[in-house]
Design a protein around this ligand. Structure first.
Ligand code: NAD
Length: 315
């Protein structure tokens, strides 16, 4: 069985690593914060002190990192993957990354005989935890087929989008839509509340309507519960919105709606901080209107909502 390395063990990365461990892959882990690896090490993973050390011990290394700069430093830093991965091994970047930078890094690794795939994920922490997260893959088809076992262990639906860089594009598009949907959900709830409609009924009605969305069905419930807790920060949101707006400029596509929504998230980060939950964009509107969006019976975290969902759906 391949030895797999996982670097970046945060909200998403630790679930991806845990899925590999549960399936029996020998696992090597690394993170800037060693404490992030405690649970995985207790279950049998081996700690590496640097990306280079992880790379040298593995056939495949998966990265799941919070910024373009973090990915670049993990690959090209003094103790980076470039110094560790042997010829014939593979790097799979599961971060939401910039396709141009990814291709540049892949070029450097190719000079050492190392293959690269990009494999950003979509579906949130709950789907990462249950091994059902969707994986969008970019890269050479033959390399993809060689790593299909790893990808299918980590996630659920695995879609090969095209050559390196194309998966980053579709991933950024899906997040752009999600960010627009969460901001729009907050505005919809505020209209309903101000008009005196019970918010649970409003949510049920929208869910059964042409205005429904994945975000309304799942993450928007944390607005109604008041916890806003979906495991996704303003910093990550603005990184991805920035990538979407860059694409718009590059491809000459005006992104009026996305540009306006980006500014809402800039305002949210200025008000609540970069590590705050991105669903707190709704709290900006609550503060502006002096009206909250609480609806009794909704949980504060997405995890709790998903545990209760069969009951909620039957209500
Ligand atoms: P996170 O901030 O929770 O975790 C990032 C981890 O990387 C942290 O443990 C941090 O210590 C580690 N790290 C940072 N820099 C490092 C470095 N130089 N070397 C080693 N470790 C380093 O982020 P996350 O929510 O897990 O997101 C990771 C990636 O997945 C991002 O690109 C994000 O856009 C993407 N993503 C996140 C979600 C989500 O719901 N959170 C969903 C889909 C995709």
């Amino acid at each position: 069985m391949k030895t797999v390395g996982c670097i970046g063990l945060g909200h998403i990365g630790h679930h991806l690593a845990a899925n590999l461990l549960r399936a029996g892959y020998p696992l090597v882990v690394h993170d800037l914060d060693e404490a992030a690896a405690t649970g995985l090490i207790a279950e049998g993973a081996t700690w590496a002190t640097s990306p280079a050390e992880a790379g040298a011990a593995c056939d495949v290394v998966v990265t799941c990192l919070p910024s373009v700069a973090a990915v670049t430093s993990v690959v090209t830093g003094e103790q980076g993957l470039l110094r560790g991965l042997a010829s014939g091994s593979t790097w799979i970047d599961m971060s939401t990354n910039d396709g141009h930078e990814l291709r540049r890094l892949a070029g450097l690794l190719a000079e050492h005989g190392v293959d690269t795939l990009e494999a950003p994920v979509t579906g949130g922490c709950h789907n990462a935890s249950s091994g059902t997260i969707t994986i969008l893959v970019g890269g050479d088809e033959e390399v993809f087929e060689r790593q299909r076992d790893v990808l299918e262990t980590v996630g659920g639906r695995v879609l090969h989008i095209g050559p390196l860089g194309k998966a980053s594009v579709i991933k950024v598009i899906t997040n752009m839509l999600a960010f627009i949907h969460i901001a729009a959900s907050a505005e919809a709830f505020m209209l309903a509340r101000r008009s005196g409609i019970d918010l649970r009924l409003a949510w049920e009605a929208i869910r059964a309507s042409s205005g429904n969305s994945f975000i309304l069905e799942t993450e928007s419930t944390t607005i109604l519960g008041g916890g806003y807790d979906v495991g996704f920060s303003f910093d990550l949101c603005l990184k991805d919105m920035g990538l979407a707006l860059d694409l718009g400029r590059e491809l000459d596509v005006p992104l009026d709606v996305a540009g306006t929504v980006e500014q809402l998230f800039v305002r949210g980060r200025a008000r609540y901080g970069g590590e705050a939950e991105y669903a707190m964009v709704a709290k900006l509107l609550e503060e502006a209107c002096g009206t909250d969006l609480r609806a009794p019976g909704f949980p504060t975290t997405l995890e709790e909502y998903l545990e209760q969902m069969p009951r909620a759906a039957a209500d």
